[in-house]
Design a protein around this ligand. Sequence first.
Ligand SMILES: Cc1cc2nc3c(=O)[nH]c(=O)nc-3n(C[C@H](O)[C@H](O)[C@H](O)COP(=O)(O)OP(=O)(O)OC[C@H]3O[C@@H](n4cnc5c(N)ncnc54)[C@H](O)[C@@H]3O)c2cc1C
Length: 469
Amino acid sequence: MSQPQADVAILGGGPGGYEAALVAAQLGARVTVVEADGLGGACVLTDCVPSKTLIATSETMGMLGGSADLGIRIEGYEARARRPGSVSVDPPRLYGRVKALARAQSADVAARLAAEGVKVVTGRGRLAGPRTVLTGDQEISAGVLLLATGGLPRQLPGAEPDGERILNWRHLYDLAELPGELIVVGSGVTGAEFASAYQALGSQVTLISSRDRVLPNEDPDAAVVVEDVFRRRGMTVLSRSRAAGVRREGNGVAVTLTDGRTVRGSHCLLTVGVVPATGDIGLEEAGIRVDGRGFVQVDKVSRTPAPGVYAAGDCTGVLMLASVAAMQGRIAMWHALGEAVQPLRLDHVAATIFTEPEIATVGVSQAALDSGQVDADVVKLALATNARAKMQGFRDGFVKLFARPRTGTVLGGVVVAPRASELILAVSLAVRQMLTVDQMANTFAVYPSLSGSLTEAARKLMRPEEDAR
Ligand SMILES: Cc1cc2nc3c(=O)[nH]c(=O)nc-3n(C[C@H](O)[C@H](O)[C@H](O)COP(=O)(O)OP(=O)(O)OC[C@H]3O[C@@H](n4cnc5c(N)ncnc54)[C@H](O)[C@@H]3O)c2cc1C
């Protein structure tokens, strides 16, 4: 449907902002994106893309670590300890690759926006009215405003990063060397991913986790597998330990814990969350409300209470994923420009934690089952029984499926496996299309394959016809 020309201003050029810009331009709007640091946002330049590029290298090191079991001899390589001997990481080359790839990805985003006729203004913007953005000496007024300013690494008082030894994840790629002894503070998704990656790259890693187990907000069975792998590979995991402060000490760092202990290492990486980048951009003066933590309040079609003002991505705190930011941005534009729109559904979001092995999830969670919020039948199959896993030398992991009792509709699943991020699509499709375990079980999977465990789990959830009635 053709749209009348409309002016859309977007503050922030990350996935929330640039995906919205593409949709709005396709719908015929005149779009201006104001971006301070680079198109693609923190997602492309410092957070998601660089970390997954680093993990591509750590994954290869991990594979080499398991190579002896597959009959490969690498001289000097201590496969059991996964310590580099004649195989080692070249940090300048690794970090150079990470940064070059991020820059190239940002250039791709710029090219896509230019091709759609989106105007990009480089500079830091702030609101000069409900739908007016001021940047440098330019004032951009629009009928529709989208806020997509993302987030910033949360700082721990008493542990201010210096960018050399006390770091947040945005400092990592400027290091000259691999950290010899890396202390990771925080065992959520970001902490677990970097702890896993640096352990495989050759650092001695200590992970400080304030809870009973790592990844406290994830599937508990999956977290147990990953923590077990961490410890088996020589990582020190300090559970129920909270960092009180971090200081430089000679050529290293000392992390003091709230119980008085001190942990020493060469570097400390702080992964204690993300705060919204919503301070000092004139939101309050423009009548746009934020909650107590600074997140912009939005509904399921990304509307703020201020007329014509939408928000997407990490600045809303809805679910801090690039895919969700992008979807919120697109939904905002479809809604603002009068297209048919489906509200955001978080129960359909597929997500992955890129540890080794990966944890991929979609749909209902074990926590929802355990709390009685959801009634579901569950089957969990260990990967150790899968023929392909045995051939590849994978021992750790499982697939888990949740299905509605009686109807057998697939409600969700968890895959813990190498490349679980790719395997979860089958479950994601089943959840989105409301397929039943019978339909999944009657779908061919390749033999031998890891995805064969998914159809097998579905088979185990099938009920004889008399039970189903
Ligand atoms: C280490 C790490 C790894 C991650 N890995 C994944 C992953 O594997 N998969 C996944 O889905 N998600 C991942 N995420 C989350 C993902 O990066 C974020 O959810 C995503 O970046 C959010 O997009 P956004 O558009 O809201 O914000 P951002 O990507 O943060 O972009 C916001 C942009 O707004 C700009 N900006 C801010 N204020 C202003 C201003 N006043 N004027 C002009 N410009 C401004 C910033 O410069 C920035 O470029 C990861 C996050 C981290 C920290």
